[in-house]
Write a protein of this length. Structure first.
Length: 132
């Protein structure tokens, strides 16, 4: 739960935080794509000309109510020794949601997702202190 601190304490609203994987089948796909374009590295997205996200690319997004607030995007690949690695492609947060604890929760959710996919090596997953 996120509390809007900019509001008057008497009228402060509570917003719901939700973290989930997103792909081209998700109802929020276009909103998350716009968020990545605004806060991340959209050129790193592996989307074909028909709008399909590569099966090897994973996007985990945080939503405050229904609005995308932050994302972590990584690609999974087999390594020469037969294991699987997750390599960070992009991460970003909307400035109005920064420093409210979303970063660390999303970072952990992305690491958990990579572990669930049996990734044994995380490449470039050391973010700055606000994210960890």
């Amino acid at each position: 739960m996120i509390i809007d601190r900019k509001s008057n304490p008497k009228t402060a609203t509570r917003a719901t935080l939700r973290i989930e994987p997103v792909d081209n089948w998700s109802a929020s796909w276009s909103d998350v794509g716009a968020h990545i374009k605004k806060t991340g590295k959209s050129r790193k997205l592996r989307v074909d000309k028909d709008g399909w996200l590569s099966a090897r690319q994973i996007i985990v997004a945080a939503f405050v109510d229904e609005a995308p607030a932050a994302h972590v995007c990584f690609t999974i690949n087999p390594t020469q020794d037969g294991s699987i690695e997750a390599k960070l492609d992009s991460h970003g947060i909307d400035p109005k949601f920064a420093n409210r604890g979303i970063e660390s929760q999303l970072h952990q959710a992305a690491k958990d997702r990579a572990e669930m996919l049996r990734c044994t090596k995380l490449v470039n997953f050391k973010f700055n202190s606000a994210w960890c």
